[in-house]
Design a protein around this ligand. Sequence first.
Ligand code: ADP
Ligand code: MG
Length: 635
Amino acid sequence: MSKIIKLSPHVANLIAAGEVVERPASVAKELLENAVDAGASQVTLEIRDGGMTFLRVTDNGCGMSPEDARTAFLRHATSKLKTAEDLAAIVTMGFRGEALAAIASVSRIDLLTKTPGAISGTALHLEAGNITEDTEAGCPDGTTIIVRDLFFNTPARMKFMKSDTVEGSKIAAAVQAQALAHPEVAFRFLRDGKEVLSTPGTGSLEAAVYCVYGRDCKLIPLDSKWDSFTLTGFVSKPTDARPSRALQTFFVNGRPVKSRLLIAALEEAYRNQIMVGKFPACVLHLTTPPAAVDVNVHPAKTEVKFLNEKAVFDCVHYGVLGALNKTPDRPQMQFKPATTGAPAPQPPTAVPPKQVNFSRILSAHFRAMSDEEYKNFASAVKDAPKPSPAAAAATALAVEETKLPPLRESVILPTAAPAITPIPVSQPVSQPEEVPEQTVIPTMPTDIPWRYVGELYNSYILVEQGEDAYLIDKHAAHERILFEKLKANQETISAQALLTPIAQRLTPDALAILLENQPLLEELGFEIQEFGENTLLIRQIPMDLDSSLAADALETLAADLLNGRGQHRESVRDELLHTVACKAAIKAGWQSSEQELLKLAEQVLSRDDLKHCPHGRPICISLSKKQLEKQFKRS
Ligand code: ADP
Ligand code: MG
């Protein structure tokens, strides 16, 4: 048997670094937290090259004595935990005295620190965790830590890093989270020499939110209590929905968290007020008794577990509903009346007890979300829960047959259990991903004449051909046709110059990634120009895109690019084409002329390539005479 050996402190630190220091943004997060913990009122973060070569945090906090400065880099060195009794209260905040040791073990560090009142400060230099220089230095009160050449001694880890822009944008997100968590602290963020964020530090959350989200985000204040929970912050007006979840920030007891439960509770409050595929923005601070949450103490993670999920859901859901109801320009109803005469959904009322089926909503939200997507909230726009044509059509027909009215609900939230058991039409109702392709995608004979019958629910074109009927999803079909057209046009996409350029304010990371990808955007028909103050001027857009949707499309493109999805140019291009096609296509629920629908049906029936929309959902489902006869018990 091999002999047991004790790991050297360096190796132990490297292992801890693997957990704590995943990428430059994790370094930024730890150093910013330390600065806030040190009582700073001003914190500056400066990065170069996505934080890989240079990352500096300067604060005006309590500083460290020479002895403390040296011990701070030892493992399990913390000033925030002294006795075992402190443990319960403090562990939840993630103080493990590990961050500095872990960061130091995989980088070169310069530390400059002075406590107020001391005559001089301390300067340390560390290489891979070892102090190589230790001198007295004149410096202002507070602490500056410079981290250089991150992962210089762990090349394997270095390989996992994405482009500087992507790493830089993850850092931007970390600063934004801190700025929103601590409006009482003035944060400045400098990226490659340019100031990209600055918050006033006045203690006003509203001021901080406007600095981070931009002035054009229309916000409604929220302040509510529910049992032992309080919820404060801001939510966006329903008319100001975003194309991704990038502007949803949640804090639990002051710490930024990611939580599907909180997202579901928020979005449920906007149901029927926001278009499918659009998302509300928010900054919400939830305060709970410490025992009500189980914070995962892994310092690099931001997930929480609530002991009473139902109470948390209700607190957020009703808190947001209440805030939305107070706003005067809340749209009464954004959906057009259902063609079937089903009752139009009512605007939400303040506290309708028992109306919300909590577990159903959660599962409806999350069965449609893949894990990958959950990791990348910004990408969620692609696969957000949308009605599945097969499920909606089947449910709708079943409802029609028995004269029960909950059709509207079924169409909006097809993943929910329908009120009655649907009668299978072409297939039993099931999740889109569970439907084997060949069973829902009909092959249409091209030699038999066909007839346009009409449109269902402003969404599906009904066509009859011989012994078969087809339901065509008009949005999916149009999107696919546009996508193929854009793709066939490999060289350049025809563009339209805008008479009046559109000014669009973006988050710093979205702006940076769009500017970096200008040549690609030009191929797609966009011409953009930097306009200062995190603003872009859009001068030219793709021909097929309506100018009112241009800003939206660019924001989605930025989210695509930030996700670094598909490092290959070709797949990035495809992704962008999908976005343009999706934005430019007619939408379910819109009024379309018969001529327009006929043209779509014609193409779907005559072309073999139009079976799925670019996102893989079916375009067309069939309903044969035989199937109907069977259901009417005629055969
Ligand atoms: P933790 O934050 O869990 O205590 P860290 O490794 O992040 O562990 O920091 C170790 C210790 O170094 C802290 O407890 C604190 O005493 C000291 N420290 C770190 N950063 C600062 C700072 N910016 N200002 C003052 N003290 C700091
Ligand atoms: Mg710390």
